[in-house]
Design a protein around this ligand. Sequence first.
Ligand SMILES: *Cc1c(COP(=O)(O)O)cnc(C)c1O
Length: 435
Amino acid sequence: MEAMKLDRSIQLQRQAERFLPGGVDSPVRAFRAVGGTPRWIERGDGAYLWDADGNRYLDFIGSWGAMLLGHADPQVTAAVRAAAADGSSFGLSTPGELALARRAAAANPAVEMIRFVNSGTEATMSALRLARGFTGREVVVKFAGGYHGHADLLLAEAGSGVATLGLASCAGVAAGAVAATLVLPYNDLAAAESAFGERGGEIAAVIVEPVAGNMGCVPPEPGYLAALRRLTAVAGAVLILDEVMTGFRLAFGGATERFGLEADLWTYGKVLGGGLPIGAYGGRAEIMRQVSPLGPVYQAGTLAGNPLAMAAGLATLDRLQQDAEGYARAERWTADFAAGLGEQARRAGVPLTVQAEGSMFTAFFTDQPVRNFAAAQRCDTAAFAAFHRALLEEGVLLPPAQFEAAFVSWRHGAAELELALRATGKALASLGPGI
Ligand SMILES: *Cc1c(COP(=O)(O)O)cnc(C)c1O
């Protein structure tokens, strides 16, 4: 087949490498794990992106999960335009903040109070500071392959780009910053029980992705998250459900609604901002009242609660609630695609395990189920890279790393399912059996 024309992307990447480290503002965008040309994107519409050379891609990155409605949703675009016309930032409170706080609380009634910030990283970092301030304890439990943004204390055995780049730890993080971070295997209840048995009285917080998405998509085993709730409650530790990826995606009420979960604090981002920079943390009022100016835990932001981000968030939540079938449709799409892809792999003799939850999925190049980070790391990442490159040639864009979830939008329809399966069929055939 004729190779795709990529002159502009190649040129932009080369020029950008002079000015931006790696030519990018976030590491995975450099495509280091999969090789090939990092695409420079000029435009998105619905389920599709167009690169700087005019090539079209069916998009499964969805801005790493933020674009549940698809790109350039007309209602969200109009809301942002209208907000911008009234001024983009004032550094004082605006009605949009109250409106979005109300909507977030309606989505998850356990969020009695909320604070808006500018990114998921800020949300988790602030929630952990709050948990430490509230409990007067220091130890934070996270799970191997869990990614909660790039705050120092969380950069121990982290997933996402940290895993993709093979970094066990991160240069520049002082030993003291992670000294009180305890990393446990995900989906391993015995490990959590023994950690609480030994150090329960020192643990300030457990932070967990209710469906892991940053080691690839790894759903929780039945009862696991409820058990974490029991352990934290008994020990007087704060349970933080990091729903930056899953919030408003797995259901309007996120994984919390989908699985009926309880916790103390929640973190949000991505879908909540409808594609504008946002993060939020919230939960029990008793804990949230420790945040400044009510309490002694300081946290602030020049652009926090930004009017454009609030407008995009509100319009996004409106759209999500207007279409009663949207969540079920996207989930069915994902399940159909996962089943089709799994069947193609079996026929092609390629060891592949497709795991999905709601509108998130990952095609792991292994014949074993992936229930934790150690298992994810046993995948054939070279095979994934070849698959990724072959799909790009067919106009299908997966996240450029094995340790990432792929995202289906509400604009992925019947034509897109056909396109995607035609592309994966060809890509698998090009890999050959037994890789
Ligand atoms: C993306 C993500 C973050 C970090 O959010 P940013 O906006 O990239 O800082 C935190 N937690 C989870 C679960 C995420 O998926």
